[in-house]
Design a protein around this ligand. Structure first.
Ligand code: AHM
Ligand code: MG
Length: 334
């Protein structure tokens, strides 16, 4: 059995020129994930302390759960502690946060994260996740981090991943060399390699979308849903519909089994709900590394040049042939 810690060290040894900072950064994420995992597992027991609403809103006007705030604090502290990261941005922080001591301001990485995605599901014991995205800063070491460091296109990511706190807890990540998954063994206190080199099937038969918003979907999405629901034995249709409402879990399932996840425009906001920098880009990097695709219906997600920290984008992600079909209909009916 190989633990995540051993795997990170083994891979670092294969790149003798690497300084070990990225490995150390991933170790910080691993440690924070264990702490958050412990608290999520207790959420039903100590509801008054860690369950339910925090009574506050984030900059996007969404109610923060106590565990959102807790997870944000844990990941932020873990990333600040070691000195590989010069700043972070988070769904739960209005602005980016620069780390100021001398070691940190000379650090070369920045991290964007959604510390607890799908947190409205916690109170009903549905899986939630942490999503992270790692870039090299563009500003010079020693300078304060700036917005420019955070507004990089997804193609510049050096690593990305997620933790899914589900029926078992898994940490899945890529450093641009395939996607690898580790399952948490709580008796050992270790993430153990369970899914090396994950590949998304080119075609699947699962589609995931909040169909309650159907009336406001663009015509291309309506046409794609019609296609998914039509009977055609040769292409294994109708497909099956699965929607947890927790992006990491929906993506994780589709990545392993083959499928497409869509959060289109025309719902709560003109650009859909999901945030480009810390939800869409990291999962897009993972999808592509696993052989899948991610677009906004027309453009590759990772090539979008961000203009705002909390910017949203329509999102189509999953099996490459399914994303291609949905995008073809988006173009045809636009
Ligand atoms: P959050 O970051 O506030 O938790 O919102 C993101 C979540 C995703 O996990 C999920 O896919 C989506 O919101 C569900 O949205 P909806 O309830 O509109 O279907
Ligand atoms: Mg989120």
């Amino acid at each position: 059995m190989i633990t995540l810690g051993e795997y990170i060290i083994k891979n670092q040894a294969e790149y003798p020129s690497a300084s070990g900072e990225l490995s150390s950064l991933l170790s910080s994420i691993r440690r924070a994930a264990k702490v958050v995992n412990r608290e999520i597992n207790r959420a039903g027991l100590v509801t008054d302390i860690i369950g339910g609403s925090a009574g506050s809103e984030n900059i996007q006007g969404e109610a923060q759960q106590k565990l959102d705030v807790f997870a944000n604090d844990v990941f932020k502290a873990a990333l600040e502690a070691r000195g590989e990261v010069c700043g972070i941005a988070s769904e739960e922080e209005d602005y980016f946060v620069g780390f100021a001591d001398e070691r940190q301001s000379n650090a070369k990485y920045i991290v964007l994260m959604d510390p607890l995605d799908g947190s409205s599901n916690i109170d009903v014991n549905v899986s939630v996740g942490t999503i992270f995205s790692i870039y090299r800063r563009v500003s010079q070491p020693g300078e304060p981090v700036s917005m420019e460091d955070f507004l990089q296109p997804g193609v510049n990511q050096v690593a990305a991943g997620y933790v899914v706190y589900g029926s078992s807890t898994m940490l899945v990540y890529t450093t641009g060399n395939g996607v690898h998954g580790f399952t948490y063994d709580s008796t050992l206190g270790s993430f153990c390699l369970s899914h090396e080199n994950i590949r998304i099937p080119e075609m699947g038969n699962i589609y995931s979308i909040n169909e309650g918003n159907y009336i406001r979907f663009p015509e291309g999405v309506k046409q794609y849903l019609k296609f998914c629901q039509e009977k055609d034995d040769a292409s294994n249709r109708p497909y099956t519909s699965r929607y947890i409402g927790s992006l990491v879990s929906d993506f994780h399932r589709n990545m392993l089994k083959g499928g497409i996840y869509i959060y289109p425009s025309g719902t709560n906001s003109p650009n859909g709900k999901l945030r480009l920098l810390y939800e869409c880009n990291p999962l897009a990097f993972m999808a592509e590394q696993a052989g899948g695709k991610a677009t906004d219906g027309f453009r590759r997600i990772m090539e979008i040049k961000p203009t705002e920290l909390h910017q949203r984008t329509p999102y189509f992600i999953g099996s490459s042939k399914m994303v291609d079909k949905a995008c073809a209909l988006m173009t045809e009916f636009s």
